[in-house]
Design a protein around this ligand. Structure first.
Ligand SMILES: [Mg+2]
Length: 448
């Protein structure tokens, strides 16, 4: 009541005259006494491990975040000394401070987890869902895509995909590992790349899956092996009759530069040579020095950020908005737990019509959705996830289920080993031998 009076109270008081504007303004964005006090973690053993973090505050409220799947929690815990003592509501300020510890691939996981946890806290404190902190809600539910375990027999592979359809999925992806056809004569060359004959076999797999999911449903493809640009063009052109939603990561890290954004020219060459949409980005951190060259040069048709690597809600939203302005489509990679999943669903709720779908890599894990409480179940309902309206990310951990599946003992235990900064400021730590300002040799602290 007091808070409501402060926010919406009368502009004039009968006896005291006008109330100043300061007293009538919502001052939620002012610095408060809310401070980060600790960061702790645990790791769920799963199809890819899920490192989860909790960011604690001095007022009981805490935030959940997730490091990139198959990463380790230490990449988030090293941020602890740079976050403790700061307001969790200064999300972008805090992220600037820890950006020096973020990089591509799994190195983006700590920064991304910290962003999620601060959005969880800020949403709880302000009483708004996390999406509301980064934009307006453009959709009530987020479309999910998934692939399935492949098989060397196209008919069996297709039957597995039929089960995905029966689960309600409306957007599909298949893996086209060269291993599927490696036993067939003359199908694979000495570099592990399909010959034209082999490509004919790979297309038999696509055709078999098209037969069961139909032609109207989007179907993407991934995992082609160590292709160079010319190989990739050959592949993408062979796939054209099947009208894929995209061909993903055609250029692998074993060929050429380490990250796709460094090889945007190769991707652009491929994209310009084929009508098969080209997609990359699941291991890229951030817009600058990340997605930007791919988008600026329209080097791919679809970008594919993973919110657990790309930088959490703020950065993934920036990337997606930048892509929208350049007419590049956005899909989201995800192979983590529901914590990172819902961070992604909140983020995707704010994207424009250029958003396609977000991945789920745990459809065959019976306890995936039991890891959390507070959200509608089934989490994936007829191929979509409802965007929660509860404050923050809108979920809590189901402690009992998470504890059942820990990779190693310890559930959000203290981590004093991470209390000290891994990179210190200038001359921290006490006296040092030097001439002081009077010219006298001393082992002292002259100035901080
Ligand atoms: Mg992939």
């Amino acid at each position: 009541m007091a808070a409501a009076g402060a926010l919406f109270g009368p502009l004039f008081r009968a006896t005291e005259g006008p109330v100043s504007a300061r007293e009538t303004v919502n001052r939620n964005s002012s610095p408060s006494d809310l401070k980060i006090t600790d960061v702790r973690a645990c790791r769920v053993a799963a199809n890819y491990d899920y490192p989860l973090i909790k960011v604690y505050t001095n007022q009981g409220v805490y935030g959940l975040g997730e490091v990139r799947d198959a990463g380790v929690e230490g990449i988030a815990l090293i941020l602890k000394p740079y976050l403790v003592g700061r307001s969790p509501l200064d999300i972008e300020g805090n992220l600037k401070t820890v950006r020096q510890f973020a990089g591509h691939g799994r190195m983006g996981g700590g920064y991304s987890a910290a962003d999620m946890a601060m959005h969880d806290i800020a949403g709880k404190v302000y009483g708004v869902p996390a999406y509301r902190l980064i934009g307006a809600k453009r959709r009530d539910r987020v479309r999910i895509y998934a692939d399935t375990t492949d098989h060397k027999d196209p008919k069996i592979y297709a039957e597995r995909m039929r089960k995905r359809k029966e689960m309600g999925l409306t957007f599909f992806k298949m893996d086209l590992h060269t291993e599927l056809i490696a036993d067939r004569p003359n199908a694979v060359n000495e570099r592990g790349v399909s010959t034209d004959k082999g490509l004919g076999y790979l297309c038999e797999f696509i055709a078999a899956i098209r037969d069961v999911i139909g032609w109207s449903a989007p179907l993407a493809a991934d995992h082609f092996g160590p292709l160079n640009v010319n190989d990739a063009i050959r592949y993408a052109k062979a796939f054209e009759p099947y009208q894929l939603a995209w061909a993903e990561d055609l250029l692998q890290t074993r060929e050429g530069p380490r990250y796709p954004w460094q090889n945007w020219r190769g991707y652009k060459t491929i994209a310009e040579a084929t009508t098969t949409p080209v997609n990359t980005g699941e291991d890229i951190f951030a817009l600058e020095d990340g997605f930007r060259p791919l988008i600026d040069n329209h080097a791919v048709d679809v970008i594919h950020p993973d919110i657990e690597t790309a930088g959490g809600l703020v950065e993934t939203k920036r990337i997606a908005d930048y892509a929208e302005a350049a007419d590049v489509q956005v899909a989201m990679h995800h192979a983590g737990s529901p914590v990172g999943g819902f961070a992604g669903y909140h983020c995707a709720a704010t994207f424009g019509d250029h958003f396609l779908a977000m991945e789920n890599h745990a459809l065959d894990m019976p306890w995936w959705q039991d890891l959390v409480t507070g959200v509608a179940k089934p989490i994936i309902d007829k191929g979509y996830v409802a965007v929660p309206e509860k404050p923050g990310l809108g979920l809590e951990l189901n402690d009992a289920v998470v504890k059942e599946h820990l990779r190693r003992p310890g559930y959000f235990e203290p981590t004093p080993i991470f209390d000290d900064p891994i990179v210190s400021g200038f001359r921290l730590g006490g006296p040092w031998p030097h001439f002081d300002e009077t010219g006298k040799w001393c082992n002292c602290v002259t100035y901080e």
